[in-house]
Design a protein around this ligand. Sequence first.
Ligand code: GLN
Length: 482
Amino acid sequence: MTAPWTAAVLRDAIARGELTPARAAADALDRARAAKAGREELNILLYQDDHDTRRQADAVADRVADGGRVPLAGVPVVVKDNIATTVMPTSCGSRILEGYVSPYQATAVRRLRDAGAVIVAKSNMDEFAMGSSTEHSAYGPARNPLAPDRVPGGSSGGSAAAVAAGIVPIALGSETGGSVRQPAAFCGVVGVKPTYGRVSRYGLVAFASSLDQIGVFGGTVDDAALGLHAIAGLDPRDATSAAEPVPDYRAAAAGAMTGVVIGKPKEYFPEDLDPRIRERCDAALDALRRLGAEVRDVSLPHTRLAIEVYYIIAPAEASSNLARFDGVRYGLRIEGDGLRGMYEATRSRGFGDEVTRRILLGTYVLSAGYYDAYYRKAQQARALIARDFADAFRSGVHVLFTPTTPTPAFPIGAKSDPYDMYLSDIFTCTANLAGVPAMSLPIGRVDGLPIGGQFIASHFDERQMFAAAYALERALGSEAHR
Ligand code: GLN
């Protein structure tokens, strides 16, 4: 059900004058309004500004007419609500930032616009990107357009669903532990988490700074490649962004699989993995083998520590990052007894339960007496997880292949135990802990629900990951959506 055009087809039609950016934008807004599942509201988009969208589109039309190089000319794009835009609010799915409009825009947004993309909406998300279902938004849960009684995944569920519902071919999300790849898998679209440092975090509201990275959704591998190419590269405004050259990811489309070694890590295919997911993964690996790739069994032994390590480091950093929402500097303020009372009232009412839980957990693991036992230990284990990946790639493996998630999209309300929810990231949070790039693409369905396969590559080797994804997407054809 993805967008009627890929980004490249749309851009070329606009370049040839067969379609105007204004028409393309208006069509996307119409699709956004029509995106319902039966009579059910999907609640995947939080903000739209039709007037500004029109203005952006007209400006792009002028640039195209002037013969400028506009790689995403007129391509409508949706942006997650924790990425700063100057026209629509940036509320992070939270009450505490309700109505907050940023005075500056994120580098990724500016680059998309420089490339000619038109931002049409901000998307729903789990509050402050904490979650795996987009049920924990202060603005209500989002629904999966393919199965409206189910979650779209999270925390970037709104962006994934906007692509799956065919509203836009490209959307921005953010990743801390799987928040682009997991919803991509649940919604049957492509989702990319770049290498840490590949994309500027300037203007991305911080959750856990050593793990956070802006990521891209695409209806196809090519859409995702175009989107990533537009936003990647060094940014003087983010000291952690890398000076690595940005290759043309689309050139990877022609890459042959002959001689490519694909690692199959045994920890990602546990005994109790759903046999139907295993079967889909095996079929994908068979297809890659037929294209000339070698599939090699490998082990990433510290994978078993990942969830525990992630849920110490991410809340620790979150507790520090979210201290800035104090009723003084941003958004909501609720008066209380003195300054302390105001902090307490504002933060208790402004933050939802999951965010509060993370702040408590993070403050605890960082407090004197527990720091060594939890936070320092977790950092040491994180280094071991990163070393597993380095060892695998040093042994001659070019790219790893795994399932993206242990289950397909679950029903809304099904996971009431937070730990149960945390386990959704079991195959994804390792890449964030190690800083390596990873992506999910559709590899088939189970009970009619999409299943994602994940490629993980070495630092800054997104090109290799895209080469494998282009090849697999081509080989599977319509099987990927059946
Ligand atoms: N689900 C994970 C969490 O709740 C990951 C979130 C993310 O990647 N932003 O922290």
